[in-house]
Design a protein around this ligand. Structure first.
Ligand code: FAD
Length: 416
């Protein structure tokens, strides 16, 4: 069967984005506002379920530039002022309040239900003039002499449609469309964690400004549970740990998750009055990366490029901030009429220098010999830099002092 071809008014679209999650929606919004003709092809019909609900404060700037803050302020998403750690024996750390280091509204953020949040981001793209097609899975990127020139998608009737574009953006999340097509996806050395999660209604909540906090329940073997309050008295609860430990008795998420909740006494106490209201879901391998994130006529943003670990809740920040940086490069490349790998990938150095700092902190967190409290006692001058990292302020920052001190107490991870 011949493909139907859809093109923009003057031949091609400037930008075709595969995936309408936060990264794809944000990138298309920024580029359309700069006068480029963008189309987003999303496989699903929104609102659709997605994991990953907790924002970090440094997301504020990009949410502001996207124009989303008024909608977030009007939403029923719990406001997150802090994070707290609870030891396996139930000993609670002091909450870490973001307003201790950040002034004004920027110090607060939100716990977002992703069905509605992602729809808000995609609707914002549409309101900015982006053409959005849902129920349009992209099947492959079309290359001509090694250069991406468009995509083939399935329309809602199941017909193949070829869409030409000067730049193709892979924002397909963990599908990593181009990564799989070109065989670029690989493991992250030294990082092998799995996650299992579900949702409960009626779990105990803290009071006052602590009501919306993320609580991290530590497990004896360096695994941990997240406890993230959401609207309608719902709480997102999930475990992250070594697969060897999690699946030692059974590979079944439905057997392992309740076993682990029962083993974590402080978490079980919070959930005692609650009802589980959703299926148990999981991922056996969380971390991956692509060995290239751009090429002639294409680039990747958000989870399509890489995902490391949920411990610092940095995924949505990196997706949105990365999309903004990438949009700047796409704009420059389109303006210069030179959509080369060098121009389209120019954003990645700035972004991945920040990601590398987060990777170092992830490895420190999972090292049983490492303690953040002892680190700060030994290197008190590094505390502000450490806090900056934990709220997401890692892009265009020189963190070499922090990383040098970290290397004195915990070995750096294998190089990528
Ligand atoms: C267990 C776990 C917990 C997490 N917790 C957090 C957290 O607390 N805070 C946080 O910030 N982040 C968290 N994350 C990470 C966060 O969910 C992601 O970083 C974020 O969703 C990335 O956004 P994205 O737009 O890149 O991808 P996605 O949100 O995955 O969007 C990709 C979109 O592409 C679509 N798509 C896929 N394939 C195709 C195709 N072929 N054609 C067209 N469309 C396609 C999908 O339907 C989807 O809508 C967590 C992740 C995991 C795995």
């Amino acid at each position: 069967m011949q493909n139907r071809t859809t093109n923009g008014a003057n031949g091609k679209y400037d930008v075709a984005v595969a995936g309408g999650g936060p990264a794809g929606a944000a990138l298309a919004t920024f580029l359309q506002r700069r006068g480029h003709r963008c189309i987003v092809l999303e496989a699903r019909q929104f609102p659709r379920y997605h994991i990953g609900e907790s924002l970090i404060p440094n997301t504020y700037g990009v949410l502001d530039r996207l124009g989303l803050l008024p909608k977030l302020r009007r939403s029923d998403y719990p406001v997150k002022y802090s994070v707290r750690f609870v030891s396996p024996s139930g000993e609670e750390s002091q909450p870490f309040y973001f307003f201790e280091t950040i002034e004004g509204e920027r110090s607060q953020t939100w716990q977002v239900e992703r069905g509605s949040f992602d729809e808000m981001c995609l609707e914002n793209a549409r309101e900015s003039g982006v053409e959005v097609r849902q129920n349009h899975p992209v099947e492959k990127v079309v290359f001509d002499n090694g250069r991406a020139v468009g995509v083939v998608a399935r329309d809602a009737d199941g017909q193949a449609v070829e869409i030409g574009a000067r730049v193709v953006v892979d924002a397909s999340g963990r599908t990593s469309l181009i990564g799989r097509q070109l065989g670029l996806t690989s493991r992250v050395p030294g990082l092998d964690k799995a996650a299992i999660w579900s949702y409960f209604r009626g779990g105990k909540r803290l009071e006052g400004i602590d009501e919306g906090e993320t609580t991290v329940f530590m497990l004896p073997r360096r695994g941990w549970f997240w406890y993230i309050p959401l609207p309608d008295d719902v709480v997102s609860v999930g475990i992250v740990a070594d697969p060897d430990y999690l699946f030692d008795e059974s590979p079944d998420f439905n057997a392992v998750f309740p076993r682990e909740v029962a083993r974590c006494a402080p978490l079980s106490a919070r959930l005692a009055p609650a009802q589980q209201i959703a299926p148990i879901r999981g991922l056996r391998r969380l971390a991956y990366r692509n060995v290239r994130v751009a090429g002639d006529g294409w680039l990747m943003v958000g989870d399509a490029a890489a995902f490391l670990d949920p411990i610092y809740s940095s995924g949505l920040f990196l997706a949105l901030a990365g999309a903004e940086l990438a949009a700047e490069c796409v704009h420059d490349a389109l303006a210069a009429d030179e959509c080369s790998e060098a121009r389209l990938g120019a954003y990645s150095g700035r972004l991945f220098a920040g990601v590398e700092v987060i990777r170092r902190l992830i490895h420190a967190f999972y090292n049983p010999q490492f303690s953040f409290r002892e680190f700060v006692d030994r290197f008190p001058e590094q505390k502000p830099a450490l806090i900056d990292c934990l709220v997401g302020d890692v892009i265009d920052r020189d963190m070499s002092g922090l990383l040098d001190c970290l290397a004195k107490v915990t070995p750096p991870p294998p190089p990528l």
